[in-house]
Write a protein that binds this ligand. Structure first.
Ligand code: PBG
Length: 325
């Protein structure tokens, strides 16, 4: 059928028609809101490169969690900024570490909230790398044990799901084994399977205070030029026992989300990262774009590409708009 028999505009005539044939919907229940937790009391500091996003102390978490739930955003992912750092990231698995304390607080005060934890060492090491060093090299195998210990400490504190973001080889299997040995076989792993060495993480590194003190992360995070390698990474994580696969960043990697969607039947999450958020905010603040509309279009594009879950700093803003519609 061709024009004039077929006229696509017939079904775009009014908002009821448009809604009737809409292929993709955003759902706040599938957003994950990142929370940054800092030491101290009664503090809420706005992150300068991420307007509208705050670093908060543990006592503020109840309010943060309840705000999310009220908007239908049922899940948060926690990042911790510890008081002190060392060479091996001991703070990452300390029983009373910043994240462990934050998890207990949230699970006690807002039990319905799904608490996901980022499992990585970069916020806890004084050199800012995601693993332990031997000389100037981030050592894979000695890091695995610490990552597994970290994931276990999160589960013991009450986390609902762990999300390893370090990009060491074999970490999903190691974490799965240690969780299972300790009777946490029901805690799922949402793996950052496909995480690129991206400049879009810039604002996050300010927020989490985790810029590498030397070199960069290209010996463990993926080369932005590669797409087949993403399938190999995802296959490994599936075989090692991952329950959900993350692609990160999101918008510059929509092709990767789409490829994973075609190749795997596990749920896929996309992380719309700090730099992606900051660019939209900055342009909107300058009056160059309509921030709300660009936000929605961006999140829709991530869904359309095939993501089920979106981890995004926009979670609450978008949920609020959907709620008031
Ligand atoms: C920790 C981690 C990073 C992000 C999430 N977990 C930073 C990095 O790998 O450098 C980035 C998130 C964002 O930019 O919003 N490894």
């Amino acid at each position: 059928m061709v024009f004039p028999e077929y006229r696509p505009r017939r079904l775009r005539k009014n908002s009821a028609f448009r809604a009737l044939i809409r292929e993709t919907e955003l759902s706040p229940a599938q957003f994950v809101y990142p929370l940054f937790v800092i030491p101290g009391k009664n503090k809420r500091e706005e992150i300068s490169s991420m307007p509208g996003v705050f670093r908060v102390t543990v006592d503020q978490l109840e309010k943060e969690g309840k705000d999310c739930l009220e908007l239908g955003v049922n899940s948060v992912i926690l990042f911790g900024i510890p008081e002190t750092k060392d060479g091996v990231g001991s703070g990452a698995h300390a029983k009373n570490g910043i994240i462990q304390t934050a998890i207990r607080e949230l699970k006690r005060k807002v039990p319905k909230l799904l608490v996901i934890t980022d499992v990585c060492l970069c916020e806890y090491t004084d050199h800012g790398h995601c693993g332990c060093l031997i000389g100037d090299t981030v050592d894979n195998d000695s890091t695995l044990e610490i990552l597994a210990k970290t994931a276990l400490s999160h589960a013991e504190a009450g986390a609902d799901m762990v999300a390893p973001s370090d990009m060491m080889d074999g970490r999903v299997a190691e974490i799965r084994a240690v969780l299972d040995e300790n009777n946490f076989e029901s805690i799922p792993i949402m793996s950052y399977s496909v995480k690129y060495a991206s400049a879009f993480y810039g604002p996050f590194r300010d927020a989490a205070d985790c810029t590498p003190q030397f070199g960069d992360r290209r010996s463990y995070q993926m080369d932005p030029a590669n797409s087949r390698e993403a399938l190999r990474e995802a296959t490994l994580d599936v075989d090692e026992g991952a329950d959900i696969l993350i692609v990160k960043p999101a918008v510059a990697y929509l092709d990767i989300i789409s490829r994973l969607r075609d190749e795997f039947d596990l749920p896929i999450a996309a992380y719309h990262v700090s730099g992606e958020y900051a660019m939209i905010k900055a342009a909107a603040q300058n009056g160059w774009i309509d921030g709300d509309k660009v936000m929605e279009e961006t999140l829709l594009s991530i869904k359309r590409a095939g993501a089920d879950i979106i981890i995004t700093y926009f979670a609450k803003d978008m949920a609020r708009i959907l709620k008031n519609r």
